[in-house]
Design a protein around this ligand. Structure first.
Ligand code: 0O2
Length: 244
């Protein structure tokens, strides 16, 4: 753990470390933030909490994919990636939002500490997988942004959801927030390559470069639409699943 976060977090009183939203909930007090632990250990325990949320979700996705394979002879999920946000990235985001650097503020405000990215072959798969996930009783939809229906100005397309997933620890159940990004292979190709080129980097991009990036995004979207139509004509996917 870097000195930076430890130094910043140490400026706050121990009381600050009790997590917002859990303070009055005596029955289900997290075992994860134990005030007798040093900061480094507390941080690692909180990360374990988020990692458990990711594990819970990825297990669900594996089961859904296998079930779909048995029933339909194909996979609606091409691949799944997950990540825990790095401490540097968390601190940067909290500073940008003007938040006090405490664990309590971190857990209450940073909703993408745990992230899962799901890549699907067809647009309909994206929505179907999203619906199947949030229809599970232990997964609750907290927020959704449909950048497929409403792409960002630069051409970015994805379906973003913040869900809370129930995780059972030895003596209690906790709800863990996870950010899920769902995209097609084509959307992912654009987002990954665009990320390499420019996202968050301080490179100067000309208007012409922006235009070209947007053009590439539109080409990807057109390819997705064509593949989608083919899939519908071949009864591989169902248009009823389109959009939220
Ligand atoms: P990383 O490294 O991927 O985690 P916030 O989530 O608070 O930052 P907002 O506006 O609610 O803010 O988030 P939004 O717009 O839903 O997007 C969050 C994530 O989507 C980003 O996470 C990226 O992963 C991805 N994303 C959003 N816009 C773009 C884009 O234009 N290009 C690419 N390649 N990815 C994008 P992070 O935390 O910024 O980065």
């Amino acid at each position: 753990m870097s000195d930076n976060i430890l130094k910043n977090l140490r400026n706050y009183e121990v009381d600050d470390l009790v997590m917002v939203g859990f303070e009055k909930d005596q029955d289900v007090k997290l075992p994860l933030v134990n005030e007798s632990l040093d900061m480094d250990r507390q941080f690692r325990q909180i990360m374990f909490f988020y990692e458990s949320g990711i594990r819970q979700l990825t297990a669900k996705l594996e089961i859904l994919n296998k079930e779909f394979q048995f029933c339909n002879d194909r996979n609606p999920i091409e691949n799944v990636k997950s990540r825990l946000k790095s401490q540097e990235s968390i601190v940067r985001k909290m500073e940008k939002q003007g938040l006090p650097l405490t664990f309590s503020h971190m857990m209450a405000n940073i909703r993408d500490i745990a992230g899962v990215r799901i890549i699907c072959p067809f647009i309909t798969d994206v929505y179907q997988v999203a619906r199947l996930l949030i229809s599970q009783p232990d997964v609750e939809l907290e927020d959704i942004k449909d950048y497929i229906r409403n792409p960002k100005k630069n051409g970015y397309r994805s379906l973003h959801m913040i869900v809370s997933v129930e995780v059972r620890f030895s003596d209690m159940m906790r709800k863990v927030l996870v950010e899920i990004q769902l995209r097609t292979i084509a959307m992912n190709f654009w987002a990954s390559t665009e990320h390499q080129l420019r996202y968050k980097k301080e490179r100067i991009f000309t208007e012409e470069m922006h235009r070209q990036l947007k053009e590439c995004a539109d080409i990807m979207a057109e390819a997705d639409e064509k593949m989608q139509k083919l899939a519908e004509n071949l009864n591989v996917s169902d248009a009823e699943n389109l959009y939220w």
